[in-house]
Design a protein around this ligand. Structure first.
Ligand code: UDX
Length: 436
């Protein structure tokens, strides 16, 4: 099949490369000339494990090409995916659909044969209807269908999420759309990936409902963690104790500094806006958003507490290990590290940081932080070490070396990477999350 992927960002590039790897002929389109030129030299615009290799091998195999010209890219395409960004609109939190609509208009003008237009970008309920209206109004004489096919890719694990999905959701209103999508995903049927056909609006809502539920699960365990600290319980055991109940499930019950990233913060806000527009409040999600926002700053206070409170903290130095919102990505969007660093700086604490991939993007967001070349360099002379992101590189620190380099053996472990008893034995003043 021939596929055009419009938007060569995170979702478009991963999806395009994986489709090509399944044997489809894929053109990834982007209006950013510099991005296309870089991709042609196999330089990826994002950090994602395995992506550069996957792109390179499919380019070599002649199945994957790049273009800045939408018209030629969609010529003869069976499916045209819209995978452009839908950022939060400044001011009101609504998803900004400017790019989606722009692309839809251009597809309408340049369509040269029958095709299915697929929204892969995360878009609010009803966007598929609007895209269909734009295509109809373009007066194109060619047959088309508009389909919703949300992505469920986790950064850092996006390729395996694409190739071995828990499910594929396709929202289509007619048989033409369903038929083409069945062919697009046929290579995955062989892996027995469940494919769920729904109406288009339902599919659009599934994406938001899924992310809001996961954000709720994380926020729930984070509040349990706070309660554990008060009552002297251990949240890791609570998570295990409830997670073994199949109805609850053990995933996404890891307490930490609050969720961040490109999806959960943006999608929960957009869902609240949709709920407001349709006068059907989702109060649980409202609470999740508020609790998660205040949690990030509260983590800064937790560090200050470990430094002896506001008085004791002023003038001290902290080593922050990890800045990205999670490991195996360079993404800093809504990372808890931003609020934590700000809270520490406000309290007069000096910060040295190390992150394996995130420092370039983080530096302009926190100009007061000294970026270093290794965890140990950051730790040198620090009054406390804070693990903000659970990169593998921080899971087996040389504790003797940490103790020698740091001014004091104080470890604040916001991801519960270490065992409190082990750390006590190693002579550290240890603070985890929810380990009373
Ligand atoms: C998420 C969804 O998982 C994916 O399906 C969707 O399409 C895009 O959004 P992503 O943002 O890449 O993916 O990261 P994810 O691994 O889901 O983590 C999101 C945030 O939740 C991170 O900040 C992470 O640290 C946090 N988290 C996750 C927890 O604090 N505890 C957990 O148990 C799980």
């Amino acid at each position: 099949m021939k596929i055009a992927m419009v938007g060569s960002g995170y979702v478009g590039l991963v999806s395009g490369a994986c489709f090509a790897d399944f044997g489809h002929e894929v053109v990834c389109v982007d209006k950013d000339d510099a991005k296309i030129a870089a991709l042609e030299k196999n330089i990826m615009p994002i950090y994602e494990p395995g992506l550069a290799e996957l792109v390179a091998s499919n380019v070599r195999g002649g199945r994957l090409t790049f273009s800045n010209d939408l018209g030629s890219a969609i010529k003869g395409a069976d499916a045209i995916f819209i995978a452009v960004g839908t950022p939060s609109r400044r001011g009101d939190g609504h998803a900004d659909l400017t790019f989606v609509y722009q692309v839809a208009r251009e597809i309408g003008e340049k369509l040269s044969g029958p095709a299915v237009v697929v929204t892969k970008s995360t878009v609010p309920v009803g966007t598929g209807d609007a895209v269909e209206r734009i295509l109809t109004e373009s007066g194109t004489p060619h047959r088309f269908a508009v389909v919703s096919n949300p992505e469920f890719l986790r950064e850092g694990a996006a390729i395996s999420d694409f190739k071995r999905p828990d499910r594929i959701v396709i929202g289509a209103e007619d048989e033409f759309g369903r038929e083409v999508m069945r062919d697009v995903y046929r290579p995955l049927f062989l892996n027995k990936a469940p494919i769920l056909f729904t109406g288009r609006r339902t599919s659009e809502l599934i994406k938001y409902a899924g992310n809001a539920f996961l954000a709720t699960k994380i926020t729930f365990i984070n509040e349990m963690a706070d309660l554990c600290e008060r009552v002297g319980a251990d949240v890791q055991d609570v998570a295990r104790g409830i997670g073994l109940d199949n109805r609850i499930g053990s995933k996404f019950l890891h307490a930490g500094p609050g969720y961040g990233g490109s999806c959960f913060p943006k999608d929960t806000l957009a869902l609240l806006k949709t709920a407001e527009d349709f006068d059907s409040p989702v109060r649980i999600v409202e609470a999740v958003v508020k609790v998660n926002d205040s949690r990030k700053r509260a983590m800064g206070r937790k560090v200050i507490e470990a430094l002896g409170g506001a008085e004791g903290a002023r003038g001290k130095k902290v080593a922050m290990l990890g800045l990205t919102f999670k490991p195996n990505t360079d993404d800093m969007r809504d990372s808890p590290a931003i609020a934590i660093a700000q809270a520490l700086d406000d309290a007069g604490v000096a910060i040295a940081a190390y992150d394996p991939e995130g420092m370039d993007l983080a530096a302009p967001m926190m100009p007061f932080v000294t970026m270093t070349g290794s965890p140990y360099e950051a730790i040198e002379g620090a009054d406390a070490v804070v693990i903000v992101t659970e990169w593998d590189a921080f899971r087996a620190l040389d504790l003797d070396r940490v103790k020698t380099l740091a001014k004091a053996p104080v470890l604040i472990d916001l991801r519960n990477v270490y065992d409190p008893a082990d750390m006590a034995q190693a002579g550290f003043a240890y603070t985890g999350v929810g380990r009373g």
